[in-house]
Design a protein around this ligand. Structure first.
Ligand code: UT7
Length: 325
């Protein structure tokens, strides 16, 4: 039976030029390179320049993805941007990206699920493409978390950074078999009872300010290992794949110890897990497409490879996307 599948045609990424090392951070808060590396695996992060906006990062990533896909912007009819750090309260950052790329058809909107944003945005785009409502989508994850960090809080400011990544998806007819290319399964979850574990203490409708990120790191860590392992297992059971049949795991990049914990829990060879946080820290919704981009540049994404993306973030929100590349 012919079905529509959302096939990844191109991937791109962008990191701002300015690099901030752990030693740079040790000059502004009571921390050390040793502590940050041992507890998180992060060595440096990129920080957007003054006047460089989330949309600017997203536009650069999307342009690279379009060039690699060999697709003209006029052929795109859906732009979804996952971000928790939009340029403005409104309009959506996605419409600014849409305009800058020269996309004039269809729709553009933001998806807000913090660090799970890219998984949510892929799920939304996939559902529009599968039903035939749109044909080609750009899915962007872009963040400037440096602007919502409390630079006096060593428990959080050492972990996050700025960046963007993007993929171009195209609806293609397939046979509905296990060999089909494209998105095979998506699973998204949330549980608002955990809101105060990871949140921003401001907003236009409450304090009329932007606010700063607050996190109970230890609790978030504990839930991350459980919830991510759970959603991966559910995705594997649903699709009938074993954990070791996945060619590459491309997780949200929050903490190396979380990724090690998941690998151990699922019995996955750590070599199959993309780990890119060392150079850019936790970039929230941008971290999966940044890791996908690195995997692409290292020739680790071959046509037919099974790729599993997963994330957990504020909300709590969490989820997974299984793709045959
Ligand atoms: O993207 C999704 C959301 N985020 C995450 O997934 C992050 C999840 N959490 C984590 O990654 C980890 O919990 C952290 C990296 C945030 C912290 O690691 P931890 O091993 O859980 O450390 P901790 O919070 O239990 O703190 C241990 C100690 C504390 O001192 P005391 O109370 O034991 O004396 C902290 O005050 O380390 C101290 N500490 C620091 N020391 C040096 C906290 N931050 C720092 C720091 N430098 N930057």
């Amino acid at each position: 039976m012919a079905v529509l599948r959302s096939v990844v045609r191109g991937v791109g990424a962008y990191l701002p030029k300015r690099v901030m090392t752990n030693d740079d951070l040790a000059k502004i808060v009571d921390t050390t390179d040793e502590w940050i590396v041992e507890r998180s695996g992060i060595r440096s992060r990129h920080i957007a320049a003054d006047g460089e906006l989330t949309s600017d990062l997203g536009i650069a990533a999307a342009r690279q993805a379009l060039v690699r896909a060999g697709i003209d912007p006029v052929e795109i009819d859906l732009v979804v941007c996952a971000t928790a750090t939009p340029d403005k309260t409104f309009p959506a950052t996605a419409v600014r990206i849409q305009a800058a790329l020269g996309v004039t058809k269809g729709a553009a909107f933001d998806v807000q699920a913090v660090c799970s944003g890219f998984v949510y945005a892929m799920t939304v785009a996939d559902n529009f493409l599968k039903t035939g409502q749109f044909k080609r989508a750009i899915v962007v994850g872009a963040e400037t978390f440096s602007r919502i960090l409390d630079w006096t809080d060593r428990g959080t400011c050492v972990l996050f950074g700025d960046g963007a990544g993007a993929v171009v998806l195209e609806a293609q007819p397939h046979h509905g078999t296990r060999e089909d290319r494209g998105i095979i399964a998506t699973r998204i979850r949330s549980d608002g009872r955990y809101e105060d574990m990871l949140y921003v203490d401001g907003g236009p409708g409450s304090t009329k300010t932007v606010g700063h990120l607050r996190m109970n790191g230890r609790e978030v860590f504990r839930h991350a290992v459980q919830k991510i392992s759970g959603v991966i297992e559910e995705t594997l059971v649903e699709t009938g794949y074993a954990a070791d049949e996945i060619d590459l795991y491309v997780p949200h990049q929050a903490n190396a110890r979380i990724l090690d914990g998941i690998a151990k829990k699922l019995g996955v060879d750590p070599k199959k897990i993309m780990m890119t946080l060392e150079k850019h820290g936790n970039t929230s919704a941008a971290s999966i497409p940044l890791a996908l981009n690195q995997a692409f540049e290292e020739h680790r994404l071959k046509e037919g490879s099974l790729v599993l993306m997963e994330a957990m973030g504020g909300g709590f929100t969490w989820g997974a996307v299984l793709v045959r590349w």
